[in-house]
Design a binder for this molecule. Sequence first.
Ligand code: SF4
Length: 709
Amino acid sequence: MTATIAKTTCPYCGVGCGVNFTVPDSTSKSGLTEVPPVSGDLDHPANFGRLCVKGSSLSQTLQSDDRLLAPSVNGDVVSWDSALETVSGKIAQVVKDHGPDSFAFYLSGQILTEDYYVANKLAKGFIGTANVDTNSRLCMASAVVGYKRAFGSDTVPCNYEDLELCDLLIMVGSNAAWTHPILYQRIVEAKKQRPNMKVVVVDPRETATCDIADLHLAIKPGSDAAIFSFLLQHSVQAGVLDNGFISRHTNGFKEALNQALESTPTLTSAANFCGISDEDLMQLANWWVETPETVTFYSQGINQSSSGVDKCNAIINCHLATGRIGKEGAGPFSITGQPNAMGGREVGGLANQLAAHMDFATPGALELVQRFWQAPNMATENGLKAVDLFQAMEEGKIKVAWIMSTNPMVSLPDTAQVRRALEKCELVIVSDCKAHTDTTAMADVLFPATGWSEKDGTVTNSERRISRQRGLLPAPGEAQHDWWAICEVAKRLGYQSAFSYRNVHEIFAEHAALSAFENSGKRDFDIGHFSQITKSEYDALTPVQWPVPKGRPEGTKRMFEDGRFFTPDKRAKFVPIVPILPLQEKTSDWPFTLNTGRVRDQWHTMTRTGDAALLTKHTDQPYVEIHPKDARQLGIEDKTLVRITSPYGEVLLKAKISRAVAPGNVFVPIHWTQQFSNASVVSNLIPQVVDPLSGQPESKHAQVSLEAV
Ligand code: SF4
């Protein structure tokens, strides 16, 4: 057998590792004759040849027995034409009878930028609704709003190299050792090379990431902002402000400082708020003062919070005050969870965005995008964010929901509400690779979608790097690309010419042209260099970090090196922050604080990683982590079945006795689905509490009670 090696990108986390995929010549429509091996791409700047266990097990996930192979309507297999007619007919009817906001897309950071682009264009420009939200709302929505408040744009300043170049790395709300393993390995290697590099982990749990920590601050859940409020005011006392940077490049420092002095007036007040010792907080403060090359690396522990946006800005404030941004080894760095959480943001794939990093409120943007798209029915204001979207379904306001490549029946908080919402819809369309997920079970129409190794397009990783995911294997059965299904529905709604793309290359070129349209450096996201890209250039595209404006094909390694931001006056903005704790409080009825997160070898709701036998070896069952002191008091031993109850539902899980959690706290992983057992879905317990600015759910926090069963 002969084979060719192709370069593509891992479909799991936001590190976005390059993968070499050996494509056997003997593949056919009827299936693979040999499992193709994968290896890390030595040339990809995210991973330089490394892959974690999830990435290196990708080939085990290619031949699922549970592929969705044909379209169906109400359980009957039908032709694509018939299914598309059903969907477009129903959308046309509800839009005519109830207005455009009776339709909604709920998308995913797993789909590709080109899929996102056409979905966003159809909804916002042609149907006339901004009800286009995504599971990225559960991932990075708070970081997006934090960046916009500070920089005037959703711009990630740093790159992965900065993690290796910094002398102090503060990792907040991130168990990167398990969630972003290749970045973690790069950090481990850098620390080995430069033993003076300090790593501080701020996390209520003692996670695997703490293995490299010089200091672990096991804070009270949700108290992170007080750390950075204290660091801001301490920077003044210690004389490490960058006064030149503050006066030339920022606004609002005094107001932010006054608020920090009021909120955390002393070391002890900040330490008490966080439930840590004065000595530990002072140790971090001393390192902060001594170390200009500091990166603050943050992820879901910051974002999945009812004050997630404020936490992001508390971090950014500290970096602006000390001029630690736009330089090698320095900056605030949000790490995305999903492979394409950033690609969705780029096209405007969130309900509060318009397109190409323009919002509905961006002056002139609505008219600009309308003109570019030649759009007949522009949405004019923000749509509904994920939790509100599903509440509107339950209220009967959204009548047709098209869910693509995501499993909200497991991942959204309060799954009982999500069920009621989908039951209330008149038509639920689910596009997926898998036939049986908790969400496909709720569908009236199923569209069989192509999956990783079949899909073709681009993704953007956590350092703004655009990479190709390549379609290398034939689609099984009647599976089709998501962009194709969206365009076919659009054409049946009467929008033939605007959705007549023949391939993803044409969509990418249009997306690039929109990003550059009347831009001239006004907006951060500009990949205008690619607006004239040919098909063969697109096919050969190598990873590049945006912005990639015309005349700068090499892209942009680091942002804000010139101290100019994307606000109207080009100055960054400090935001005064009042640290608050999670909204749900401990009571005698609900005495335990639940935290959620990932295990090392699973991804999201296991629809792909669950197929790889190797990946179930690390953790084969869901569990609840309980501190030994609490376990003793409740008569719980290791592996005892425990009932966990919240006001929203209950789950039954085996106990894992562990000192990784503090007394009074428990931890449950997020992956297991109702198909495993309804009693193992942790989202059953989570309230629909969201950050008021970003709409991101506080998925890492619920108050619960425990009892041995
Ligand atoms: Fe894939 Fe993330 Fe692992 Fe890289 S670190 S191989 S992107 S799961």
